[in-house]
Structures are given as structure tokens and as C-alpha cells.
Design a protein around this ligand. Structure first.
Ligand code: E4P
Length: 219
């Protein structure tokens, strides 16, 4: 499963990309607004920091303007993925951008019907918002797993990009269900590395090592 970072915070992206574990980034208008940075400059910097797809969302509401905005965004770097909201205008724009060879992430997907139409519009990625479904009492992981199964059953090439992930178990459940990618907020990414027993075990090893009086590097 590919791991993307769900943030527009460049310093977080730089720090976590240095681990070599980050395949790409997803942004959205709220995250970009929170960064306080000029959108296109920021996208250029993010695209230079990670090797894989960087999702950049359009903000128009009609298909023609979405396509125009998508072309501008795609012109920033080869790894831009234009993000469009699911819906009639978004999927029309998706089909046009895909014909032009531009990667497209169809966002704000909340059920299998939307995902099937996005796949039919040749979306590169389809993003189910798992946490937001859970927030309203629905089964976010179940909805996402259904999308994965339907795409496999019908040989649809769109990749399911598990989104709106709130905790490590969401990430693991997305992988278990077969999502091709997951976009992870930096705070959750940090949590993925950690376990209290790892800390406790390391403390004990290092205490014993210090007591032995040995060292690995010659001083
Ligand atoms: C995905 O592309 C979105 O940016 C994101 O996952 C939304 O997550 P949220 O529901 O935590 O805002």
C-alpha cells in the first residue's frame, strides 16, 4: 500500500519524507489555507520533496473551469495529481483531464455508487473519507472495503486512496481491506512508528548496555 501524507505543512513533509517511507502527498483547500502559503509555490516545493503523486484540488464549481484550473495545476510539476470533487461537474472534468494524460484524484467520495462513477470516468485515485463517515455513525472502513471489492470484481483500474484517517487502526484496516493507497495526517504517521513496549524494551536494553561499560564506536 502506498503511503501519502495528508498535509500542506512543508516542514512536516520534509521531515517525514526524509524517512524514505512517504510515497506522495494529498492537500485540500482547507489544508492549504491553514499553511498560509501561496498555493502554486507551495505545490512546487512539495512536488520537489516527494517522489510520487501530490494531490492539488481545483476550486471551481463548473467542469470547464475545473479543467482549466487542472491544467494550470498539472503544469506545476510532473507528479501533480489534480483533485476534483465527485459529482457531475467533477467527473466530467476528470474524464477530460484523464484524456489529456493528467492524473486525477476524485475526492469527497462517501459511497460505492460515487466510486463506481469515478472509476468509469477513469479516475487515477478515488478517495473515500473514512473518518468523516465514522463521524456520522456510518462504517467508513466497510464503505471503503466495498469499493475495493467492486473495483476488483469489475477490473476497474482506479486505485482506492483511503482518506480522512484518524488513527493507526484506520491505516491498518485500509491495508487489510486492500486499499492501494492511504493518506495519513502527520500526527497519525508519527503514531504508526510507536508502541509503549518498544519504548520500554529500548530503555531496558540501553540501561543494561550502559552498565556493561562497552561502546560500539571508538572514541
Ligand atoms: C483527503 O484527500 C483529504 O485531504 C483528507 O483526508 C480529509 O481528512 P479530514 O476528514 O480529516 O479533514
Amino acid at each position: 500500500m502506498k503511503v501519502f501524507l495528508d498535509t500542506a505543512d512543508l516542514s512536516e513533509i520534509e521531515a517525514l519524507a526524509a524517512t524514505g517511507l512517504v510515497d506522495g502527498v494529498t492537500t485540500n483547500p482547507s489544508l492549504v489555507a491553514r499553511s498560509g502559503r501561496p498555493y502554486k509555490t507551495l505545490l512546487g516545493e512539495i512536488c520537489a520533496t516527494v517522489p510520487g503523486p501530490v494531490s492539488a484540488e481545483v476550486t471551481a464549481l463548473d467542469a470547464a473551469t475545473m479543467v482549466e484550473e487542472g491544467r494550470v495545476l498539472a503544469g506545476i510539476a510532473h507528479n501533480i495529481t489534480v483533485k476534483v470533487p465527485v459529482g457531475e461537474a467533477g467527473l466530467k472534468a476528470c474524464a477530460t483531464l484523464r484524456e489529456e494524460g493528467i492524473m486525477v484524484n476524485v475526492t469527497l467520495c462517501f459511497n460505492a455508487a460515487q466510486a463506481l462513477l469515478a472509476a468509469k470516468a477513469q479516475a487515477t485515485f478515488v478517495s473515500p473519507f473514512i473518518g468523516r463517515l465514522d463521524d456520522v455513525g456510518a462504517d467508513g472502513i466497510g464503505v471503503m472495503a466495498d469499493m475495493v471489492r467492486l473495483f476488483a470484481t469489475h477490473g476497474l483500474r482506479s486505485q482506492v486512496l483511503a482518506s480522512s484517517l484518524r488513527h493507526p487502526e484506520h491505516v491498518v484496516a485500509a491495508a487489510r481491506a486492500g486499499a492501494q493507497a492511504a493518506t495519513v495526517p502527520p500526527a497519525v504517521m508519527h503514531q504508526l512508528f510507536a508502541h509503549p513496549l518498544t519504548d520500554r524494551g529500548l530503555d531496558a536494553f540501553l540501561a543494561d548496555w550502559a552498565a556493561s561499560g562497552q561502546q560500539i564506536l571508538d572514541t
